[in-house]
Design a protein around this ligand. Structure first.
Ligand code: DP6
Length: 324
C-alpha cells in the first residue's frame, strides 16, 4: 500500500484562466503547456491501517492547515475510487533549484495522484490519471504527460471529457525555457482566487474567451511546424491578454512587479536586436523566457544583468509521470 511517483511542473503557453465548475475543476477554455525538466516533485504515499488521519510531510517538514486539507480532500477522492477507508502518510520533496515561489501545485498534485492511486491499488490509464489530477489542481492534469500538452476542456458537466493529451513528445523540439527568479516577491493573489474574481467581475473576460480558442489552434500548428517566432508570439500575446483581464476585475489586481516589467522589456529589446525570444508569466511575478539553444549565452547574460533578478534556471521540455 505504498508507492512513489515523480512529476514535473509545466508552464502554460495558452493559459487556463477560469473555471466553469469549481468543485470538479472544469475550465472555461482549452489550454496548452510545456512540461519543464528543471522542476519536479517526488511523492511517496503510504496507506496504513493504524493511522487516524492523513499526515503530510513536505521537504521533511510536517505540514498542517490548508495545505494538509488540500491533500486530505484529494485523498478522499482516491479513497472513494478504491472503496478503501484508509488514511495515508504523504511525503513530498520538491526539487526546485531555489526557494523562490516556484513550488508548483501542478507537479505536486500530479505526483500525488499517481502515487496515491498506485498505492491504494486502483489501476488508471493516463487519461483517467489526468482526470484525477485535474480535480486536485487544474494545471496538474497536464503534468501527467511530457513535452507539449493540451488540456481539452470537454463539454460534459461531469468532467468525463475534460483531460490532457500529449500534442508532441519532448524530443519533438529542443527549445529552452528560462525561469527568471526575482529577488523580492510580495504575497500574491492565488491563481484560484485570481481566476474566480476575474471570471465573476472583469468585463475583459469575454474578450479572453473569444480569442483563446484561436490562439490554441494557431499555436498547435506552430508547434507542429516548429515555427518558433509564431509559437513565441502567440504565447506572449496570450499571456498579456490573461494578465489584462485582472486589471478589469473588481477589486482590480496585477501579478506584476517592477522587476517583472523590466524582464518583459529586456525580452522585447533582445527581439529588436534580432534574437527570437519571448516571455510568459503565470499567476505570480516571475517570468519564464522562451528561446532557442543557440541563443542561450546571450539571453542568459542579458537577463542576469537586470536589477532585481536573483537567478535564472534553464529547463528543456521534460517528461511525464514516472514511478520510482
Ligand atoms: C495562471 O492549476 O494553479 O498558472 O485549478 O485552482 O488549482 P487550480 O489552479 P492552477 O491554475 C493555474 C493558472 C495559471 C495558468 C496555467 O497554468 O494554465
Amino acid at each position: 500500500m505504498k508507492a512513489t511517483a515523480r512529476a514535473h511542473t509545466n508552464i502554460a503557453l495558452i493559459k487556463y484562466w477560469g473555471k466553469r465548475n469549481e468543485s470538479l475543476i472544469l475550465p472555461t477554455n482549452s489550454n496548452l503547456s510545456v512540461t519543464l525538466d528543471g522542476f519536479s516533485t517526488e511523492t511517496t504515499v503510504h496507506f496504513q491501517e493504524d493511522l487516524k488521519k492523513d499526515i503530510f510531510l513536505l521537504n521533511e517538514q510536517n505540514v498542517e492547515g490548508n495545505a494538509l486539507e488540500k491533500v486530505a480532500v484529494f485523498l478522499d477522492k482516491v479513497r472513494a475510487l478504491s472503496g478503501k477507508e484508509l488514511y495515508a502518510q504523504v511525503q513530498s520533496v520538491n526539487h526546485v533549484p531555489t526557494a523562490a515561489g516556484f513550488a508548483s501545485s501542478a507537479s505536486g498534485l500530479a505526483a500525488l495522484a499517481a502515487a496515491s492511486a498506485k498505492a491504494i491499488g486502483v489501476s488508471l490509464n493516463d487519461t483517467e490519471l489526468s482526470k484525477l489530477a485535474r480535480q486536485g489542481s487544474g494545471s496538474a492534469c497536464r503534468s501527467i504527460y511530457g513535452g507539449f500538452v493540451e488540456w481539452q476542456m470537454g463539454e460534459r458537466e461531469d468532467g468525463a471529457d475534460s483531460f490532457a493529451v500529449q500534442v508532441a513528445d519532448k524530443s519533438h523540439w529542443d527549445i529552452r525555457i528560462a525561469a527568471v527568479v526575482l529577488s523580492k516577491t510580495t504575497k500574491k493573489v492565488s491563481s484560484r482566487e485570481g481566476m474566480r474574481r476575474t471570471v465573476e467581475t472583469s468585463p475583459f473576460y469575454a474578450g479572453w474567451l473569444e480569442q483563446t480558442p484561436k490562439d490554441l489552434q494557431e499555436i498547435k500548428q506552430a508547434i507542429a511546424e516548429k515555427d518558433f517566432e509564431k509559437m513565441g508570439s502567440i504565447a506572449e500575446a496570450n499571456c498579456l491578454r490573461m494578465h489584462a483581464t485582472t486589471l478589469g476585475a473588481n477589486p482590480p489586481f496585477t501579478y506584476w512587479q517592477d522587476t517583472t516589467m523590466r524582464v518583459m522589456q529586456t525580452v522585447q529589446n533582445l527581439r529588436e536586436k534580432g534574437i527570437p525570444v519571448f516571455f510568459t508569466i503565470d499567476a505570480g511575478p516571475n517570468v519564464k523566457v522562451l528561446y532557442l539553444s543557440e541563443d542561450e549565452d546571450k539571453v542568459k547574460k542579458r537577463l542576469q544583468s537586470i536589477e532585481g533578478v536573483e537567478d535564472i534556471i534553464v529547463s528543456k521540455p521534460g517528461s511525464g509521470i514516472s514511478y520510482l
